[in-house]
Design a protein around this ligand. Structure first.
Ligand SMILES: Nc1ncnc2c1ncn2[C@@H]1O[C@H](COP(=O)(O)OP(=O)(O)O)[C@@H](O)[C@H]1O
Ligand SMILES: [Mg+2]
Length: 386
């Protein structure tokens, strides 16, 4: 591994874009970053001092990572919790395996919402053919979601009848699922909390998110359609959920704001989140700075948002394809000619439809100005953000 060995190192399980932005924040504070990811071309591995190219559960790689690092974190939702458990024998780990296990399983996650007194969608666990045949009609129409390994709308099926529920459960291979009632959403929100090993917690402002085809498309902060009381409620719930897991590290909680104004928790991510990327450019402490501070046991102070922000996800769909189907990067110059645009690209060589290639954050003095520039940026790239 390169870099002066006397400099402290922070480790990350997973080498995706979240790990890459974490590495940038860690390096800015004088740490070396070391990534464990099986992919030779992982976005975080490409910018780190060390890259252990091995499976996540490889005991030798975990021992090497733990021995080299002051602390280790995870950036990828589906890194096996057992890897964190093994690492905890070597160095501090944030978040810990127990919390990650809860966040990796929709049934455990919902049980944690209930235990913590945080409302969530009515649901049932579907873990057998009998359970699939006996779906409570009160949960229909609903969404059948695999309990584990789902992301960006994958592992989900819309279900209107018991028969459809059974068929969808069989299509998912009979794995444990959660059926939840489809709720009338007014808006989607998220809150990012950072909680230290000492239990002190801070949070970023409430984010308003727009999803397209199950993938986050736009985040706006401040949230234009959320009143102060609702925002405060979301923050309280997120802090409660973190406290209830004795969480250490950065946690994102997604919420649904329903048509009737009530708020329900949807899911948690035990790591920084796509909806928090705006914080790099719009806040005096980003979600990745907070992750570094949590891991290293450094003071957590409340982040201050200094600019209104709109974040646009840049999916591979925006990379124009030539006659041979080869995609190339868009011309960024017209976008970068707009005021307050911050382009982040993740170093992924191949653009594919639905693949997160980067994001664009627009900062401005007011939310209206940020929105106007976002519309212009979208027009340059050939899409309508809102
Ligand atoms: N119970 C529900 N009612 C209405 N819409 C939902 C419900 N559950 C999920 N969705 C929609 O699907 C999106 C993805 O679902 P989510 O549970 O967050 O899974 P993922 O892990 O794929 O992000 C949500 O952001 C929301 O737009
Ligand atoms: Mg989600």
């Amino acid at each position: 591994m390169s870099g002066p060995p006397d400099l402290p190192a922070l480790g990350v399980l997973g080498g995706g874009q979240l790990g890459r932005m974490f590495a940038h924040a860690a390096q800015a504070m004088g740490y070396r970053s070391i990534v464990l990811d099986p992919d030779a071309q992982s976005p975080a591995g490409l910018v780190s001092h060390g890259h252990l190219q091995a499976p996540y559960l490889d005991p030798r790689a975990l021992a090497e990572l733990g021995a080299a690092c002051t602390a280790v974190t995870t950036e990828f939702e589906n890194v096996p919790a057992a890897a964190l458990e093994t690492l905890a024998d070597h160095c501090p780990v944030a978040p810990g395996a127990a919390a990650v296990r809860i966040c990796q399983d929709r049934a455990a996650e919902k049980a944690h919402f209930q235990r913590s007194g945080v409302p969530c969608a009515p649901y049932a666990v579907v873990d057998s053919e009998a359970a699939a045949r006996a779906i409570d009609p009160a949960l229909l129409p609903g969404l059948l979601k695999t309990a584990q390994l789902g992301y960006d709308g994958k592992g989900q099926a819309s279900v209107a009848t018991r028969e459809e529920g059974l068929a969808a459960w069989q299509r998912f291979g009979g794995v444990r699922c959660v059926l939840e009632k489809r709720l009338p959403l007014r808006r989607e929100l998220s809150v990012i909390v950072a909680r230290g090993f000492d239990g002190r917690a801070v949070h970023l402002p409430v984010q308003q998110n727009l999803h397209r085809d199950g993938i986050l498309a736009v985040t706006q902060v401040p949230a234009p359609d959320v009143d102060d009381a609702t925002a405060a409620r979301a923050v309280r719930c997120a802090l409660q959920l973190a406290d209830g897991m004795a969480y250490a590290g950065v946690l994102c909680v997604e919420f649904f704001l329903l048509q009737d104004g009530s708020l329900v928790a949807n899911e948690m991510a035990p790591r920084p989140h796509n909806s928090g990327h705006y914080s790099i450019d719009a806040c005096d402490l980003s979600q990745f700075d907070l992750q570094v501070r949590c891991m290293a046991g450094l003071p957590l102070v409340a982040p201050r948002q200094h600019s209104a922000a709109v974040m646009l996800n840049l999916l591979g769909d925006l990379w124009p394809a030539d006659a041979a189907g080869q995609r190339r990067a868009p011309d960024w110059r017209p976008v970068l000619a707009l005021p307050g645009t911050h382009l982040h690209l993740y170093g992924k060589a191949e653009a594919r439809a639905g693949r997160k290639m980067g994001h664009l954050t627009i900062t401005a003095a007011t939310p209206v100005q940020a929105r106007e520039v976002a519309l212009q940026a979208g027009a340059c790239l050939g899409f309508a953000p809102f």
